[in-house]
Write a protein that binds this ligand. Structure first.
Ligand code: SF4
Ligand code: SF4
Length: 84
C-alpha cells in the first residue's frame, strides 16, 4: 500500500518519537534522532560498530512487523528486505 507524502511524514515522526535507539549499546551520539528502520530516514552517519541491537524491544518493531536489525548500519527494513 502506497502512502502519501503527508502520511509518510506522519509515520516518520511517529517512528522517531517511539524509537529507543539512544538506549542501545551501539548508539553513538552525533545529533541523530534514530528511526533508522524507516525508509525515508536511512542509515546512521556515525554508528558503525555492532555492539548489540535493541530494536526487538522497541514498540515500533511489533507495530510495523519488522524482521531485521541493525538498521543504523545495514539500512532500513525496506532496504534490507530488497537486498535478500
Ligand atoms: S525499531 Fe529500532 S530503529 Fe526502528 S524505531 Fe525502534 S529502535 Fe529505532
Ligand atoms: S538500529 Fe538497532 S543497533 Fe542501531 S542504534 Fe538502533 S537499536 Fe541500536
Amino acid at each position: 500500500m502506497e502512502m502519501s507524502p503527508e502520511e509518510m511524514e506522519k509515520k516518520k515522526e511517529m517512528v522517531i518519537s517511539k524509537c529507543i535507539c539512544n538506549s542501545c549499546p551501539s548508539w553513538v551520539e552525533c545529533g541523530e534522532k534514530g528511526g533508522f528502520c524507516f525508509q525515508t530516514i536511512g542509515k546512521s552517519s556515525c554508528i558503525n560498530e555492532k555492539k548489540g541491537c535493541v530494536c526487538g524491544g522497541c514498540p515500533v518493531y511489533a507495530e510495523m512487523d519488522l524482521q531485521n536489525e541493525y538498521y543504523c548500519i545495514q539500512g532500513s527494513e525496506k532496504e534490507q528486505k530488497m537486498a535478500k
